[in-house]
Design a protein around this ligand. Structure first.
Ligand SMILES: Nc1ncnc2c1ncn2[C@@H]1O[C@H](COP(=O)(O)OP(=O)(O)OP(=O)(O)O)[C@@H](O)[C@H]1O
Ligand SMILES: [Mg+2]
Length: 276
């Protein structure tokens, strides 16, 4: 029924499922028959008004991202990347245009309704890991379940958090505080926290912005592994090297998409997969 737009270069590029770890999570195609786009925006416009001045941060963005895609969003500072991310993350609403998340038009929803959708469908990862300092890795990962208050008992929460930490290569680090973990490990805790509700979509704004090259590779290995398991990932980065870990690269300029292509030499970080 819904067809990906011409720009959806990576839609058909679901990975071969040879990785035994892939059995942890079924591929998206086995969950639902119709491959509804995860993201579908049409002519998205976001105007910020500051006194007399209007900033057109997004100026007509139409983009389709299918299940299982891994998209890197690039572009100069001020080109509208975070504005776009805030809207697809249901943190903000467009001034005009439409946005459907997983087949549901969310562009008109109020703050509470957006929060509910966000908690159920989206996992966020930020540049500054945003972990609670006096709280163990395990408890940091459990937090979204505590806030969700949808009846998870403590033992079940802990078991799920342990599994997410294992997924990001941090088994054995469950009881460490953030200060007892390296930067890359802290970011992997943040990724595990973003995974805890099994979100449809992982959104990351400059997730390697505070990390050195080697640690960035570790973190990108985790995103690649999650994507190989079927997770849809959209990630903002300034660094062309980091973008090459994705399957598709979308470039913003002045609030518009000016380039949309498959990554040229996709980097495989799996060889450097972290071992906690
Ligand atoms: N809350 C806001 N109020 C007013 N203007 C804003 C606001 N947020 C962003 N802008 C403006 O919108 C434009 C796009 O900003 P945005 O943060 O999306 O850029 P970006 O591509 O994420 O940049 P960076 O790479 O520096 O993070 C910029 O001109 C910015 O100044
Ligand atoms: Mg930004």
């Amino acid at each position: 029924m819904v067809r990906p737009a011409a720009g959806a270069a990576g839609v058909a590029s679901n990975p071969k499922r040879s990785d035994p770890a892939a059995d942890l999570h079924p591929p998206p195609g086995e969950r639902s028959v119709a491959a509804e786009p995860v993201i579908r925006t049409e002519d998205l416009v976001r105007v910020y008004t500051m006194g007399e001045v209007e900033v057109r941060a997004l100026d007509g963005v139409s983009l389709v991202v299918g299940p299982g895609e891994f998209v890197a969003v690039m572009g100069a500072s001020g080109s509208g990347k975070s504005t776009f991310m805030n809207i697809i993350g249901c943190l903000d609403r467009p001034t005009s245009g439409s946005y459907s998340l997983d087949g549901v038009d969310v562009s008109g929803l109020d703050r509470d309704a957006r929060a509910e959708i966000r908690n159920g469908k989206i996992g966020f990862v930020f540049q500054s890991f945003n972990l609670l300092a006096r709280t163990t890795a395990l408890e940091n990962v459990e937090l979204p379940l505590i806030y969700a208050s949808n009846g998870h008992v403590a033992a079940d929460r802990a078991a799920r958090a342990m599994r997410c930490l294992a997924d990001v290569g941090l088994s054995g680090r469950e009881h460490h505080l953030p200060s007892q973990l390296s930067g890359g490990q802290q970011q992997r805790v943040a990724i595990a926290r973003a995974l805890i509700n099994d979100p449809k979509l992982m959104l990351a704004d400059e997730p390697t912005g505070n990390l050195d090259t080697k640690t960035s590779e570790e973190v990108m290995a985790v995103f690649q592994k999650l994507n190989d398991q079927g997770k849809t990932v959209v990630l903002i980065t300034h660094e062309p090297d980091i973008a090459e870990y994705a399957r598709r690269i979308v470039v913003f300029r002045d609030g518009r998409v000016v380039e949309d292509r498959p990554s040229e030499q996709r980097r495989a970080a799996s060889a450097e997969r972290p071992t906690a």
